[in-house]
Design a protein around this ligand. Structure first.
Ligand code: BGC
Length: 756
């Protein structure tokens, strides 16, 4: 088969739908033949995905995996690391099970492998689709070199809920940007040819709406209108499906009061009938058995519900393998449904080339040459520099000079394991630098870098313990006074203080919701004491979500949000802090003034009583805070400044088959090369349903030398004006539209045009 594929590629000029159909026909014949030999138990076995390895995210662990593989009761395994151990289990499947069907090996390769890229939320801040695709490409090269052929990524859940810890794993609040990122990730992982040994299958998750849990509490209820689903939350999943993603993962939450894993409307009507997705659907970890707690019945009932809804593979719950046979006998599921699910799993294996060579991802040699290479690390470092968002620099304190005495202070300044960020399963943190090490390296003998921890993450030991799991503990046994005094003595000798503060990496991620997302008590006290020294302070804020930084903004003139930058984060931070690279990240989530404003997002609807900028009785506002975010979606400074020319429009009216071009000239008015993200928003002024006050519809990331000008041109076609109406019909409606261009969602120039 591989030879056939290579021939097909070599003659790619002749690739036609006919050739693809021929390929499919060949696959279908192969699978028909294989399935004709399979027993019912073996078919059900393919639907079973138990867990092995060290990384488990629920309370259940699978037992006797080897015995089950021999009996043909396992379709794949996940979160095992290393060619040798994966090969030993693949050999059992191939040599000891009756039909020798190879296993598929999955892993949560979320933001890189041993070369770790910034957490996905941070990556989204780059607005750089090439960089994001490249991060996924490198992740695929490394993971496949280590035996993995399926990654549980991209996570494309739109999120307006910063209390939810998993904001860290997604691309923020915007469906348009999230869609472009979803496509880039799928392209990066899967490449053009899944049978290549260095590409892997993507698994889009978590389908669907997982990013909108009530009160931000993980796994909690989700409830929203279908109009909102289709316009605001579904687009990135659809974009990933359209980009050819091979698999989808169901989410833990309910959708219309039915858990996603058992929701036929979602998994069959939307995903397959409307979007024509033809890959396989795997559940999230024990999501089938969790439907018992959701009140959907016992294990047999919920397993049948899942299969009938369109779930193909059961992750860890043992529901399919344990009950489907009985359900078939009792007429609760059909053989056809089991066959369909089995076929989809076998197709995935076929597409990955596993039937050709079950060991094609198990090349010991590649493991030695393709992982954590200097080229990959250089890319990770470059890309990390693009993720940092400069929130404040009013005194132009940044960039720092490599001279004098720098006091590096804070609980996150000297932590190695904490650098890569949450969900870095394959990380080898012992090889990564702490910020202190990188800073000492960067400054060399041109200056001095002093270090003091200054405080623990927070005063509450239990909270710190729960926020620094997985070997990322860092608590210092000394008293708060001792820690602070040491830092103050250090600061007294310094010309400038660099404070490395924020959340430790496991304070975001799965099951890491926070009800209060403001600065932690011990860190606030330390910063207050440092400020009292009168020394200039650069505040580096680590976080995995949008946090509340109102107090920081009031008290500090220099704030750089660095999120979690991956294995090369420490060097990348120094590249930006010392000015080798100008920061260029732009926020992909609005940052609230306080947690009471949540959910706060730029693309909201208007109310009948729109809010003025200050409190007014009987309008839509709060008594104690205004409606604006502290920092808006799209915001981010650099070490340079940019001026925008007035917008030029080719026309002020268009037909539905026509287009308008909107151009703007952007000039770098500062003295350094820097990148800017030019953003296009559109508002549909009158519609058959209420429409958002603005929606991102395009963007361009440009790099300009000092005094250089570039023209950015956006083309507006009917596609950019379409939305799902109350009948869920996707179309545009004639009328007036506002077109807005600017460096963030608040600072925009607006022009009006008409769709005839
Ligand atoms: C998470 C998924 C992950 C899975 C497998 C679950 O707990 O929600 O995102 O892919 O575990 O590790």
């Amino acid at each position: 088969m591989k030879i056939n594929r290579i021939l097909t590629i070599a003659t790619s000029a002749f690739i036609t739908l006919g050739a693809i159909a021929a390929d499919d026909a060949q696959m279908n014949r192969f699978i028909d033949n294989l399935m004709s030999k399979m027993t019912l138990q073996e078919k059900i076995g393919q639907l079973n995905l138990p867990v092995t390895g060290d990384i488990i995210t629920g309370s259940s662990v699978s037992g006797d995996v080897v015995g089950q593989i021999e009996k043909g009761k396992v379709g794949g395994l996940f979160n095992m690391k290393g060619v040798a151990s994966i090969r030993s289990l693949q050999e059992i499947a191939v040599k000891k099970s009756r039909l020798g069907i190879p296993l598929i090996f999955g892993m949560d390769v979320i933001h890189g492998y041993e070369t770790v890229f910034p957490i996905p939320f941070a990556l989204s801040m780059t607005w750089d689709m090439d960089a994001i695709e490249q991060s996924a490409r490198i992740a695929a090269i490394e993971a496949t070199a280590d035996g993995i052929s399926l990654t549980f990524s991209p996570m494309v859940d739109v999120c307006r809920e910063p209390r939810w810890g998993r904001m860290s794993e997604g691309s923020g609040e915007d469906p348009y940007l999230g869609s472009r990122i979803a496509e880039a990730m799928v392209r990066g992982y899967q490449g053009d040819d899944l049978t290549m040994p260095n590409t892997m299958m993507a698994c889009v998750k978590h389908f669907a709406l997982y990013g909108a849990p009530e009160a931000g509490r993980d796994y909690n209820t989700v409830d929203m209108s279908h109009v909102r689903m289709f316009n605001e939350y579904f687009p990135p999943y659809k974009a990933a499906a359209d980009a050819g993603a091979g698999s989808f993962m169901t989410s833990f939450n309910t959708v219309d009061y039915i858990p996603a894993t058992g929701n036929r409307w979602l998994l069959t009507h939307v995903l397959r009938d409307l979007w024509h997705f033809d890959g396989f659907v795997v559940t999230d970890y024990t999501a089938i058995s969790e439907m018992i707690n959701h009140g959907m019945g016992d294990l047999q009932q919920v397993s049948a519900l899942a299969l009938n809804a369109g779930t193909d593979m059961d992750m860890v719950a043992d529901g399919f393998v344990g009950t489907l046979e009985k359900s078939l006998q009792e007429g609760k599921v059909t053989e056809e449904a089991i066959n369909t699910a089995c076929r989809r799993i076998l197709e995935a294996k076929y597409k990955l080339g596993l039937f050709d060579d079950p060991y094609c991802y198990l090349d010991e040699q590649r493991g030695k040459t393709d992982i954590y290479t200097s080229e990959h690390r250089a890319e990770a470092r470059r890309i990390a520099t693009e993720t940092f968002v400069l929130l404040e620099n009013s005194d132009n304190l940044l960039p720092l000079k490599k001279q004098g005495t720098i006091a590096l202070v804070g609980p996150l300044a000297n932590t190695r394991a904490n650098m890569p960020g949450t969900w870095s399963v394959a990380a080898t943190s012992e090889r990564y630098s702490t910020l202190l090490e990188a800073m000492q390296r960067a400054v060399g003998d041109k200056g001095r870098v002093l270090y003091a921890k200054g405080c623990n993450v927070c005063y509450d030991e239990e909270l710190e313990k729960n926020s620094t799991m997985f070997g990322r503990e860092m608590r210092d046994p000394r008293s708060a006074d001792e820690l602070r005094n040491e830092a103050l003595q250090m600061a007294a000798q310094a010309d400038v203080i660099v404070a490395a503060m924020g959340e430790p990496s496991e304070m975001s991620g799965e099951a890491s919701s926070r009800s209060d997302i403001a600065i932690l008590d011990a860190q606030k006290d330390l910063l207050t004491a440092l400020k009292a020294t009168g020394k200039p302070i650069v505040l580096l804020n680590f976080s995995g979500r949008a946090t509340v930084m109102t107090w920081e903004k009031e008290n500090f003139s220099t704030i750089l949000n660095v999120w979690f930058g991956g294995s090369e984060a420490a060097d990348a931070i120094c590249d930006v802090v010392f000015g080798d690279v100008s920061p260029s990240g732009h926020l992909t989530a609005s940052m609230p003034k306080n947690v009471g404003q949540v959910p706060i997002y730029y693309n909201h609807l208007n109310t009948g009583r729109p809010n003025p900028k200050w409190f007014t009785k009987y309008t839509s506002n709060y008594l104690d805070v205004d409606n604006e975010p502290l920092y808006p979606f799209g915001y981010g400074l650099s070490y340079s400044t940019f001026s925008y020319s007035p917008m030029a429009l080719t026309d002020t009216a268009m037909t539905r088959n026509g287009s308008i071009k909107a151009s703007i000239k952007v000039t770098n008015t500062g003295s350094r090369e820097a990148s800017e993200v030019v953003q296009l928003y559109i508002r549909d002024l009158v519609g058959s349903i209420s429409r958002p006050v603005k929606e991102l519809k395009d963007f361009a990331r440009i790099t300009l030398k000092p005094s250089e000008t570039k023209t950015v041109t956006f083309t507006i076609t009917a596609d950019k004006l379409k939305f799902y109406n109350s009948e869920l019909i996707y179309d545009c409606e004639p009328g007036e539209f506002d077109l807005m261009i600017g460096p963030n969602s608040c600072d925009v120039e607006t022009r009006r045009f008409t769709l005839q």
